[in-house]
Write a protein that binds this ligand. Structure first.
Ligand code: ZN
Length: 464
């Protein structure tokens, strides 16, 4: 898979010299948006993204809260997580921000995650990359996409390309400084502790000093110096933002860390880590619950059920959803339905609970019920590919062909399978009511995918 992706990038880099699509990043806001959208299509096809809603919603919730505090509607921000244990974060013009799973597992609290996102949002909002690329604007569109891609995931490019990318996409010192100041202000406005940014930067600098050969990729594009830390400290002091107790790790972040680790590390290591944690504090219900999460996410369903029940005995009350998800995987459909129905009543806005309940109802041949739950999940988490897929299949089966093709198209697009997505959208087009919002969405998707398949690296992920 990795090899195929590398070949994809190389093919892109070779094709680009022919494509000669001039890059005008410094041109206008709409150019930046266009570049961001095309990059995101490329990223979905080429990068190993973590698509668990638990993880993507967490990062988006923090990111959107900071973005909305800007009060600037120029860009619509989108935050994605790359499956990679190293620390990295990168923002592409137009509002597309990518962080590595390793950043989330290394964060101590929400404020640290917010600090890094605030810094990235500041780069986007101040058009740093676009302003910087003015000097190199002879670079064509496809090359630039490839270079950005290797900045988001340095392992993806060939050595020379990655090194080249690091040089070309290293933010200028004054831009780094500006992103620190602005970022600290934005996160503060959004209600986060701006010391989180400083704390996380210090952590990275320490890591670089301890193991210089495995320095976080983050430092390639965002060079970090003692001067920067000192200046940031001074800013916090001047505004009196440097006091008070630091926030503990939120349960949300801890859940996200379990899922990220389960997607990136050997199952045995993940389970062992959380087992030790639980055994060290035998009366801690939360530690027991997280151990259960690690077991559930790595496929040890019987053991997971026992841990969740033990957590409940110890006083951890919100285990219905996890017990329901576990029961579904153990094929205990009635039990799963009971737990998940209760979970959706307690947390009506939880997309995962609705999606999983949809799966139970589908298995019980309750098509209408399953469609209702999938539709609710899609509404709450528009990037939940599985929910769109489930809804697409059932709508087709229920004779609602237009809906069926549309949701299958969305599911394939989210998975980076663009040929298949385009086919579905083209089938959906004549079936969408003229002038409707749906018709407009389908038209936009078709145009965007056609353009991508023509001008991007042209690679689309198949299967997987
Ligand atoms: Zn930076």
């Amino acid at each position: 898979m990795r090899c195929q992706r590398r070949i994809g990038i190389l093919a892109c880099l070779m094709a680009c010299s022919v494509a000669a699509v001039r890059l005008a990043v410094a041109g206008s806001i709409s150019d930046e948006k266009e570049l961001g959208r095309q990059f995101d299509l490329e990223a979905r096809a080429q990068l190993p993204l973590i698509d668990d809603v638990e993880v993507t919603s967490y990062v988006n919730r923090i990111g959107q809260r900071i973005a909305s505090a800007l009060n600037d509607p120029t860009f619509q921000y989108q935050f994605s997580v790359v499956r990679d244990p190293r620390i990295n974060a990168f923002a592409v013009p137009g509002g597309f921000v990518y962080v590595h799973g390793g950043l989330l597992t290394r964060a101590t609290n929400d404020d640290e995650v917010a600090g890094v996102l605030g810094h990235e949002i500041a780069h986007v909002n101040a058009h740093h990359l676009a302003r910087q690329q003015e000097a190199t604007q002879l670079m064509n569109y496809a090359t630039f996409l490839g270079v950005l891609l290797s900045a988001v995931q340095p392992a993806i490019g060939a050595g020379a390309v990655a090194a080249n990318a690091a040089v070309q996409l290293q933010y200028r010192r004054e831009f780094e400084q500006e992103a620190d100041y602005l970022g600290a202000r934005y996160v503060r406005q959004a209600g986060y502790d701006p010391r989180g940014m400083l704390d996380f930067f210090k952590k990275m600098l320490d890591e670089q000093r301890t193991t210089p050969t495995f320095a976080p990729p983050y430092l390639l594009s965002h060079p970090l110096t003692d001067t920067r830390l000192t200046n940031l400290e001074a800013v916090l002091r001047t505004h009196q933002w440097d006091s008070g107790t630091r926030q503990p790790t939120s349960l949300e972040l801890e859940r996200v860390q379990v899922v990220v680790r389960a997607r990136s590390e050997p199952a045995q290591d993940v389970v062992t880590f959380y087992r030790r944690h639980a055994e060290a504090q035998p009366s801690d219900s939360r530690a027991r619950y997280l151990f259960g999460m690690a077991q559930l996410e790595t496929g040890a369903f019987d053991a997971a059920r026992q841990s969740f029940e033990a957590a409940r005995q110890l006083g951890f009350t919100s285990v219905d959803r996890e017990l329901g998800r576990t029961a579904l995987r153990l094929q205990q459909l009635d039990k799963a339905r009971e737990f998940l129905s209760r979970a959706t009543e307690i947390e009506p806005d939880d997309p995962v609970a609705h999606y999983e309940l949809g799966k139970v109802l589908e298995a019980q041949n309750d098509t209408a019920g399953a469609m209702r739950e999938y539709a609710r999940a899609c509404q709450l988490a528009p990037t939940l590919a599985e929910a769109h897929y489930g809804l697409g299949v059932l709508a087709g089966r229920a004779g609602q062909a237009g809906d069926g093709y549309y949701h299958l198209g969305v599911a394939y697009k989210l998975r980076g399978e663009y040929d298949k997505a385009l086919t579905q959208f083209e089938k959906a087009e004549p079936l969408s009511p003229a002038g409707s919002e749906r018709a407009l969405a389908v038209k936009t998707d078709i145009a965007e995918l056609k353009q991508y398949l023509r001008h991007g690296s042209g690679k689309s992920r198949h299967g997987g």
